[in-house]
Design a protein around this ligand. Sequence first.
Ligand code: ADP
Ligand code: ADP
Length: 237
Amino acid sequence: MLEIRNVTVRYPSMKDNALNSINLTFHEGDFICVLGKSGAGKSTLIRCLNGLQKPASGEIVWDGLPLSTLHEEQLQKVRREMGMIFQHFNLVPRLTVFQNVLTGMFGYRSSFKNLIGWFTSEEKSLAKQVIQEVGLTDFMDRRVEHLSGGQKQRVGIARALLQQPRVLLGDEPVASLDPGTSDRIFSLLKEMHHRHKLQTIINVHDVQLAKRYATRIIALKEGEVIFDGKPEQFTDD
Ligand code: ADP
Ligand code: ADP
């Protein structure tokens, strides 16, 4: 279980807090969409959850363990349990789909050596399996730079799944995609959410998408939670 207790984040140059005493508990099985205008604190929240951003005060608690008490090695292990997908995909354009998916393993590998030969056959077959799950088997050996936006995000999703995470975090993963593609990506995310029993927490600015797919909506405004509840109860203002 993942919890945010009294978390406040302030960036050095800011007058106000990016997150202001936030308290949230995330439950197994939730498919959460985090809504809010640009600057509301959505990315900061996601970065706190995976331990990339340290709160000025408060705690992120994972399975009862406050992240602030963990050593770097333990933190690495926690991050491995949290798959991440990004707005700009964060892929390596000149590498193939297969190679990009395998780089998900670097989260807990210390250095980058012979890219493919270096992975176990078990890791490689897992990579093929997740590539198939996101519908990209026919594109396995294609360089990512030649793919469409939707296909690139599918690679991002496969790479996150390769870690066999328990939580999937998304920082505006469909913000650079058109509405139809965004909907198909969300549909895939929902399918993976169920199949892999993930806890899913995704930032999105499209209210309709959130209402269509989320089981719980959290809305942020100026670093505070202004709504936390069922999608059907959410009104857009
Ligand atoms: P959102 O994802 O909802 O757009 P962010 O979490 O990115 O919101 O930002 C919340 C607030 O923190 C904004 O006012 C933003 O300008 C500020 N902020 C975010 N990252 C930084 C940073 N690295 N340095 C300074 N201010 C930042
Ligand atoms: P885009 O609109 O950017 O192409 P999509 O998310 O609609 O992105 O789909 C990307 C690609 O993924 C498709 O062109 C197709 O090759 C593949 N794809 C999508 N869904 C499936 C599926 N269910 N089974 C197999 N391949 C699929």
